[in-house]
Design a binder for this molecule. Structure first.
Ligand SMILES: [Zn+2]
Length: 258
């Protein structure tokens, strides 16, 4: 059974066709899908989707870009959603300086407060970092005592050296479509060195469709392409990656019930 540990089924490109999207990924043997919230509102939508479909779980959190307009009441809402039986993580949370760095301080504040929340409710965190790896590593190291329930670097884009530091913190590394792209040598280098018991797979649907589907609307059904590429990079067979990712998923996301 394959796993998509990070996707956005609430996105306009997928939401209207949700029954078809779910039927297609089930037919592709993708049996566990984690639908990720980006603010209080979308976290509520992914909760409703998880309630509707077997095998679909969700994460509640405020994405660094959505921190801009976020208020304390939004964090209260995330805390409330965290108690839901199908809420398996707090996320996505993190830092993103790529589009707009003007509220970097507020991003850091909300990142830390959501790490604290995850520690209180004993859930792992789903981490989004873009163009902010230095600050992110500093925050994660500074809050290492609050990472007892673990976490995953979603769509990891850093170096192999930084990956080693994150692995020391007990974090998992998740790979998606990027690792299949011809020009993504860095992601492939990381994919080669991460211990097999720390690898996860994701699509980040509807974004980042893997080769040979690049440029199309991504959906969890494309996970097997990511798994095949990981197997190729690591010189192993796809079945070994599939099994390891399944076991890692149950180890990290303890609220998943198969
Ligand atoms: Zn995402």
């Amino acid at each position: 059974m394959f796993v998509d540990s990070h996707c956005h089924l609430d996105d306009e490109k997928l939401k209207g066709d949700i029954e078809k999207v779910v039927a297609e990924f089930k037919a592709a043997n993708v049996g566990i899908v984690i639908d990720i919230g980006c603010d209080a509102e979308t976290s509520e939508i992914v909760k409703e989707q998880a309630e509707r479909f077997n095998g679909v779980y969700f994460a509640a959190g405020i994405h660094p870009m959505d921190v801009k307009d976020a208020r304390d009441a939004d964090l209260d809402k995330i805390a409330e959603l965290a108690a839901h039986p199908k809420c398996v993580a707090i996320g996505e949370i993190g830092l993103d300086y790529y589009w707009d760095k003007t509220f970097a301080e507020k991003q850091k504040e909300f990142f830390v407060r959501q790490i604290e929340l995850a520690s209180e409710v004993k859930l792992p965190i789903n981490i989004h970092i873009r163009d902010a790896m230095g600050d992110a590593v500093e925050i994660l190291k500074g809050n290492a005592d609050k990472l007892v329930s673990g976490g995953v670097m979603h769509c990891y884009s850093g170096s192999a050296e930084t990956a080693k530091e994150l692995l020391k913190l007990g974090l998992y590394i998740s790979f998606g479509g990027t690792v299949t792209f011809k020009n993504s040598r860095k992601a492939q280098e990381v994919a080669a060195i991460v211990p097999i018991n720390r690898i996860l797979t994701e699509t980040d649907s509807p974004y980042l469709a893997p080769e040979p589907k690049r440029g199309t609307v991504n959906s969890p059904k494309n996970i097997p392409f990511v798994v095949s590429k990981l197997a190729e990079i690591r010189g192993t067979d796809a079945g070994a990656i599939e099994t390891a990712v399944y076991n890692n998923t149950l180890e990290l996301f303890k609220k998943i019930r198969i």
